[in-house]
Design a protein around this ligand. Sequence first.
Ligand code: DSN
Length: 414
Amino acid sequence: MSLLSQSDPEVFAAIEGEEARQRDSIILIASENYTSRAVMEAQGSALTEKYAEGYPGRRYYAGCEFADVVEDLARDRLKELFGMEHANVQPHSGVQANMAAYFAFVKPGDTILGMRLDQGGHLSHGSPVSFSGQYYKFVSYGVDRETEMIDYGEVESLAREHRPKIIVAGASSYPRSIDFENLRRVADSVDALLMVDMAHYAGLIAGGVYPDPAPYADIMTSTTQKTLRGPRGAFILCKQEYASAIDRSVFPGAQGGPMMHTIAAKAVCFGEALRPSFRAYQDQVLRNARAMAAEMAEDGLRIVSGGTDCHLFLVDVTTLDTTGKAAADLLESVGIITNPNAIPFDELPPRVGSGIRIGTPAITSRNFDEDDARSVARLITRVLRNPEDEAVLEGARVEVQALTGAHPIPELFD
Ligand code: DSN
């Protein structure tokens, strides 16, 4: 960093500011985490300079021998981690991974069945503001109004009616287990492919604490920076019979030169995720989320669907006479970082939302245990119930500093 401080003090200062913000805040964004310094080092390495279009052993440029080594390491470790036959580690982001998967199997105008954005799904699962909703005829399933869990009966009837070519499972704000076996059965009944976008759940799945889609999915896509604790990036896993369609669709179909430095960082991340301690970490992520949700429910807040089976949960803030946006802003003012989120059947626009989404991957990386998680839950409830009480807000700031000071960001994954 000292070289950067000399050559570009403005960018250096912004990065230092961000490091301090991350250190001094309680980060509860469900899709954020802390990577190891080993991941960061790989990402800042000489592989940044290398063009390596193609795949190991089949490149369009000379000088790819070390690029081949890291891409093979990343692919082999990833296949071992999730028990799938083929891996493509080149997608730059989750949306691009999903785009490449769609490009491989459907034509513009074809029908795909995915989860509604406002009930837990993702932009790239058919939102009209995303390429997905513009290129394909997306039909959307959602959750049951009473249980707030996926309505598998609706999935089945929509599949029968619309005969999609792909059924997409996966979500960005769905706190419950997904019944992949049931979705496979529905997909088979209409001759559709089952694609699982496991971006949020990937780390939990690798750690064995969330249902495993691998026995049921034809294709699995994911980002690497969320529960997996890797660099910003993505990948696709699939059965061998789809390998060449997926590879051609990623390159040259949807992308040019792979980011070899990020692929090296993905390889490091997958190596870390194969260690036994990764399972213990994921188990703690889940325990912390359950402890926080239970504590907040005990304090009288409404938790969407009544709890969680994963790293995140949603708090309905309408009973506190506020909005998700106002609640997230208030929490940010004391150093607690969340995001506003739609809750099922929300009538507010997405940027405002009637809920906040809370996730435990980042605090668990800082070794918060269930007692710490419960303290954070009580703190959130106290702040949300007393939005104008300066003494409460100041007390919360002090408590946030005590908790973050007691839990330094770890440098290496142990
Ligand atoms: N933006 C991510 C999230 O927060 O869930 C999904 O892409």
